[in-house]
Design a protein around this ligand. Structure first.
Ligand code: HEM
Length: 548
């Protein structure tokens, strides 16, 4: 076969090059350049932990950034897609220089968080959140590495949030849920409104009362809005996609580092209101008007071995633990209940409440003490599952080597729990896992709760670092839902309806805790006289309970 003119020219060119190169000099040079290039590549792909043998690594990581760009804003959804695409429910990825193991399926989350609970009890420390923002008030419990101080703080928080303490909070639950209904009645007047601000005040007042014995009566109180704004901005700075400098150290040294500056400014604003709250407690102690609360107990030196920073950290943990998670879950739950399908659930819940109690007034009073209306419990549990407000939970770190099906996840490796993926796994929850359906938790007619065996969902995490506020959270959800359902039929606005997609309802997917998109509802009174009577009773019960 004869070569074309072009082919011959290429061969000539190649042979010319080879003829001219002195092989004896060029080989070491080529080897050196190759080694250098390889060394640079290794340097740019270096991680805190070496690749874990036997655990699938998601392909196409880039030098320096690893998988950060591919993960985008919505880590939970992207990781779920990778699980389905590559058919590995547990895989490893690179967040810049940090190697992380991502756990996606229900069974794998359970195995990791419960089966290996003592080995994954640690939390990672991040440059911006731990180094900049938390430098003055200490780490919150949820971001503390597993050490003596963390154990003490968890113990102290456990006493405040545990079952025995719950009884003393009945007046607070009563007052705060009464105030939600009171202000909704006052402000709705047949029109439409956004319910989230009322629920934010509810959650924040609860934790401010526990920590400082202080509450705010106004939905748009300045201090209240400042706490919420700063808290949300900090939650955003904790996310990997918003804050590459945590994983790409070089970025920390850029001049005019905007993330560090923002972190410092948020820290200063937070210090200011925390000091203000603590000073108010000091003043109340001096005047003899202080309420039983974490800060007063510690300031009065009542049997505590905690340092000043630990006290701030506990208060901060409780305030930040509840202020977005509770309103996020409740607001989006109300969104689902307000749709035409959701209104059926509301009516059935209302029937169930009336089945359990002689009248609505008794249901209001008892909702503080027990969660015994199955339909309301089912709605709360479904809201927790469906709207997984902390989609990637709080990051964990291996405290010891973990033997994961024959592979070793070495001590110090970051572990990410994809709670959103596990909570919507069709293999576990059935084909309607992606639908808001409280009745999945019920059986029979009249409805009874299906007896719960083991872990129900991963919205509160699980195991040794599970949410410390779970008990109080479920009471807060239950009481508010019961009182709202008894008082109103909640109907979605036609012009500003809720987004009820379990991913898209969240306007900031990169934040640690979801912030639901705005929507409006119309509140149709079920029986205005009965609601008025319930409010009068609650007002009488809670009068003088807490200062404003
Ligand atoms: C619907 C409401 C809530 C949700 C969905 C929620 C969710 C979570 C999650 C996912 C974790 C991490 C668990 C893990 O790593 O396994 C956590 C930790 C924590 N939560 Fe909650 N939470 C809620 C309400 C609350 C409330 C009301 C408080 C306090 C008043 C609170 C206090 C805490 C604390 C202190 C931790 C840290 C535990 C630790 O690291 O040892 N949470 N929460």
């Amino acid at each position: 076969m004869s070569l074309t003119y072009k082919g011959r020219a290429i061969i000539d060119l190649l042979s010319f090059r080879f003829d001219k190169i002195d092989i004896s000099i060029s080989l070491p040079v080529i080897a050196l350049v190759a080694t250098l290039l390889y060394a640079i590549y290794v340097l740019l792909t270096l991680t805190d932990k070496p690749k874990i043998r036997g655990i699938y690594e998601v392909p196409s990581a880039l030098p320096i950034v690893g998988h950060l760009l591919q993960l985008g804003d919505d880590h939970a959804t992207v990781c779920e897609k990778w699980w389905r695409k590559y058919k590995h429910d547990v895989f490893q990825i690179r967040l810049g220089n940090t190697r992380a193991v991502v756990v996606n399926s229900f069974d794998a989350c359970k195995e990791m968080l419960i089966g290996h609970q003592s080995a994954c009890v640690d939390r990672p420390t991040l440059y911006t959140f731990h180094g900049v923002i938390s430098s003055t008030q200490g780490f919150t419990i949820g971001s503390s590495p597993w050490d003596e101080s963390c154990k003490n703080k968890r113990k102290a928080a456990g006493q405040t949030l545990g079952r025995p303490a719950m009884r003393s909070y009945f007046p607070m639950f009563d007052l705060e849920t009464y105030c939600i209904v009171r202000d909704l009645v006052r402000d709705s007047k047949g029109g439409e409104l956004s319910i989230r601000p009322y629920l934010q005040r509810y959650a924040l007042n609860t934790t401010l009362t526990l920590c400082y014995g202080i509450r705010m009566d106004e939905v748009y109180d300045n201090l209240l809005r400042e706490v919420l704004e700063v808290g949300s901005a900090i939650s955003l700075l904790r996310s990997a996609s918003e804050n590459y400098q945590d994983y790409i150290p070089l970025l920390r040294y850029l001049p005019n580092n905007e993330k560090t500056q923002r972190g410092k400014s948020l820290r200063d604003r937070r210090d200011k209101y925390l000091d203000q709250l603590l000073n108010q407690v000091r003043e109340m102690i001096q005047n003899g008007t202080d309420k039983p609360c974490v800060a007063a107990a510690i300031l009065k030196d009542e049997e505590t071995k905690l340092s000043g920073v630990e006290v701030s950290s506990i208060c901060l943990s409780l305030v930040s633990g509840g202020f977005e998670t509770i309103p996020g879950t409740l607001t989006s739950c109300i969104g689902s209940l307000s749709t035409p399908e959701g209104q059926v659930f509301q009516d059935r819940a209302y029937e169930d409440i009336k089945r359990h109690y002689a009248d609505v007034s008794q249901a209001w009073a008892k909702s503080l003490e027990v969660e015994d209306v199955p339909y309301v419990n089912a709605i709360a549990k479904e809201a927790e599952r469906y709207y997984t407000v902390s989609a990637m939970s709080l990051p964990r770190k291996a405290h010891a080597d973990i033997n994961w099906k024959g592979s070793t996840i070495s001590k110090g490796t970051m572990i990410l729990i994809n709670a959103q993926a596990a909570n919507h796994e069709t293999e576990h929850f059935g084909p309607d896992a992606g639908t808001f359906n409280p009745e999945r938790w019920l059986q029979g007619n009249p409805p009874e709760e299906i007896p719960s065996t083991g872990i129900q969902h991963f919205s509160f995490g699980a195991g040794s670092r599970a949410c410390s506020g779970q008990l109080i959270a479920s009471r807060l959800l239950y009481t508010a839902l019961l009182r709202l359902i008894c008082s109103f039929r909640i109907v979605a606005s036609e012009s500003e309806p809720p987004n009820t997609d379990y991913v898209d309802y969240n306007q900031f997917k990169s934040a640690l805790v979801a912030i639901p998109r705005d929507f409006k509802v119309k509140l149709v009174p079920r029986d205005a006289d009965v609601t008025m009577e319930c409010m009068r009773e609650a007002e009488a019960r809670t009068r003088d309970a807490y200062v404003d």
